[in-house]
Ligand binder design. Structure first.
Ligand SMILES: [Mn+2]
Length: 437
């Protein structure tokens, strides 16, 4: 090949997101390292593959207050890219949003990150734009106006739950087609984060796609983790996927017949290679009562990193008249909560109690201080009044109550909607279910 062939002026990028750095899943330091390792893997692939950029669609961090170790680890990975002259283009997700400047800006000032916005960032022959996560209450104000570009291709990067890729879970979500119609730039690709399973669809010649998370932020994320490769060529985007190796998750579903119990569960579990794995056991069917702790200690003896045992039989009994899915007990709790017309404050406190990122011993203190803040700000009353569709409206007067505490969210209904929200897909879900039985 010679000269300016199409292939040579093509732009090729990795589209990744939902990295959730700093997430100590199951309260294990090993899991926190796993999330960083997955990010490093994506960066290594980008360098080896000589892609033109890594595009990150939000939720680089699990929490708005990453620890120093997480920041240092992140900088290390970003340096891998920088040393190889691979730009890292990013938007801010819902998990990491802060009100007083974003972590991405810190990395930006170090020359390691380019934060995408309404102005074009041109890489190769493609203009990249960004739209950070926007809370539902502020979406009506969005104009989707972007500065024009003169590149051959363009892509919009954003973070949120967009229909039709993510079904409407009962509240009004962002609609991808509405955004693309309203935008004054005709994008070839709409690169998204937030939904942790990879998805794609085409809307009027534009690929709309979720890259999926790079580590399993919840046990619901069974399928292989990975990222998208997006090529911009001939006036269109082409998508492909590549998987990455991550810690083994072993999913064992045991269907007990009558009279069967612990021995049968052990027998089924023992058929799997458990070394260093996260083992998720689901017990279904009939049979005897099985103490989860006994299954978990059996699994620990066989070298697993950790085990979680869910006995689905007990949920089925007490909640048969609820129209919810029990694929994940935490999803069920959320569904139930949404239907209970709790005030925003009550939901926020519930969130604090259930959020795994708070150590159990901190829950009482955090709830107490949060309630104290609300009372002091007179927000408690306002929040109760605003228990309708848009509880965040009460935030207008309660702005001063913002204290960036863990477990606190800008918009409680927003995060409560995230179907794969890792902090709620955590294992304390079983305890949470108990509260409703
Ligand atoms: Mn996420």
């Amino acid at each position: 090949m010679s000269g300016e062939t199409e292939a040579e002026i093509m732009t090729r990028v990795i589209h990744t997101g939902d990295t959730h750095l700093g997430y100590r899943q199951y309260h294990l330091p090993e899991r926190r390292q796993d999330f960083l390792d997955a990010f490093q893997r994506v960066a290594d692939d980008a360098v080896e593959d000589e892609v033109d950029a890594v595009v990150h669609a939000g939720d680089l961090f699990h929490d708005r207050k990453p620890e120093l170790a997480d920041l240092l680890g992140t900088i290390d990975v970003l340096r891998t890219l920088d040393d190889a002259d691979v730009p890292f283009l990013a938007v801010v997700g819902n998990h990491e949003t802060t009100r007083d400047g974003q972590w991405l800006d810190l990395f930006g000032s170090m020359g390691l990150v380019t934060r995408l916005d309404e102005t074009p960032t041109v890489v190769g022959d493609t203009a990249f734009y960004g739209l950070d996560f926007v809370p539902r209450s502020k979406r009506d104000e969005l104009k989707y106006e972007f500065e024009p570009h003169d590149a051959d291709h363009s892509a919009l990067v954003s973070h949120g739950l967009f229909e039709p890729l993510v079904p409407d879970y009962g509240n009004v979500e962002w609609d991808a087609e509405t955004v693309l119609d309203a935008a004054n730039v005709a994008f070839d690709a709409f690169l998204l984060g937030d939904e942790h399973s990879p998805e794609r669809t085409e809307i009027d010649g534009c690929w709309v796609t979720y890259c999926g998370s790079t580590e399993r932020a919840s046990a619901g994320e069974e399928t292989e983790r990975g990222y998208n490769i997006v090529e911009f060529v001939d006036g269109a985007a082409r998508l492909s996927r590549r998987g990455i190796p991550t810690r083994e998750f072993v999913f064992v579903t045991v269907d007990l017949g009558s009279g069967e119990g612990l021995d049968r569960v052990r027998e089924q579990v023992a058929q799997h290679e458990l070394d260093d794995a996260v083992v998720i056991v689901s017990i279904e069917g009939e049979g005897d009562e099985v103490a989860p702790a006994r299954v978990e200690s059996f699994i620990a003896e066989r070298g697993a990193l950790t085990a979680r045992v869910r006995d689905r039989r007990e949920y089925a009994e007490s909640t048969t008249d609820l129209d919810v899915s029990f694929a994940d007990p935490d999803d069920a709790v959320e569904e139930r909560l949404r239907g209970m017309e709790l005030s925003a404050t009550a939901r926020e406190i519930d969130e604090t109690v259930r959020a795994s990122k708070l150590a159990d011993s901190n829950v009482a203190g955090t709830v107490e201080s949060r309630v104290a803040d609300l009372v002091a700000d007179g927000e408690l009353e306002a929040a109760s009044d605003a228990a309708g569709d848009r509880p965040d409206e009460s935030g207008e007067s309660g702005e001063s109550g913002e204290s960036n505490e863990p477990g606190e969210t800008d918009e409680i209904d927003e995060s409560a909607n995230e179907p794969t929200a890792p902090e709620r897909a955590e294992t304390d879900g079983q305890a949470s279910m108990g509260e409703f039985q």
